[in-house]
Design a protein around this ligand. Structure first.
Ligand code: SAM
Length: 192
């Protein structure tokens, strides 16, 4: 059945299509670590993954998940800080990046991604992407602030120069607008 899990899997699919052993990737919203683990397995022991979250609970959950999968090694850097400061940690280039927006399931629903910091983080991520690199954003417009965040991202993404970036949007057409969706941005050339 098509549901939110289909959308999440689609985000993984877009990155798994291009990520290779030894690549560098970013998880902008670590949460329970599903995306961090997917990235760590995709880039392999020679690769590097930077994962951000502002909550201690997310760092702990992700550390547990990585340890259980035997990938808790130097390839993954868990960073407890806001993703809008990512340029202080990452020099680049990045071959892949994912943001799963909103709140941490099973946690405080007041702690959500915010439009201004999300946009700042996405802008920096786009700068760091290598040619052929992909940024996946999973948007959840169903919670307070989620719709505004989604619209701001779509506005930003739709203004990107099509000679430098290609943008794809995937939505559930016959569901309420609160249903999750995926935005995929691929850097086609470094500079125009
Ligand atoms: N990717 C996660 C996974 O695989 O389980 C799910 C992420 S969850 C939907 C959103 C996460 O974003 C929450 O854990 C929340 O703490 C985090 N978050 C909110 N604001 C943030 C910020 N400014 N910087 C980094 N993470 C943030």
């Amino acid at each position: 059945m098509i549901n939110w899990f289909t959308v999440a899997k689609l985000g993984h699919h877009f990155l798994l299509e291009i990520l290779q052993e030894g690549d560098t990737a970013l998880d902008g919203t670590m949460g329970n670590g599903h995306d961090t683990l997917m990235l760590a397995q995709a880039v392999g022991a020679r690769g590097k993954v930077y994962a951000f979250d502002i909550q201690t609970q997310a760092i702990n959950k992700t550390r547990e998940k990585l340890a259980a999968a035997n990938v808790l090694d130097e390839r993954v850097q868990l960073i407890q800080d806001s993703h809008h400061k990512l340029s202080e940690y990452i020099v680049g280039p990045l071959q892949g990046a994912i943001y799963n927006l909103g709140y941490l399931p099973g946690s405080d629903k007041e702690i959500i991604t915010r439009t201004d910091t999300t946009l700042a983080a996405l802008q920096q991520t786009l700068e760091l992407l290598s040619k052929g690199g992909r940024l996946v954003i999973v948007v959840y417009p169903g919670h307070p602030g989620g719709q505004e965040e989604k619209e701001a991202i779509e506005d930003m993404a739709s203004r990107l120069d099509a000679r430098q970036y290609k943008v794809l949007k995937v939505n559930l057409l016959n569901c309420p607008p609160s249903a999750p969706g995926v935005i995929l941005i691929e850097k086609v050339v470094e500079k125009v």
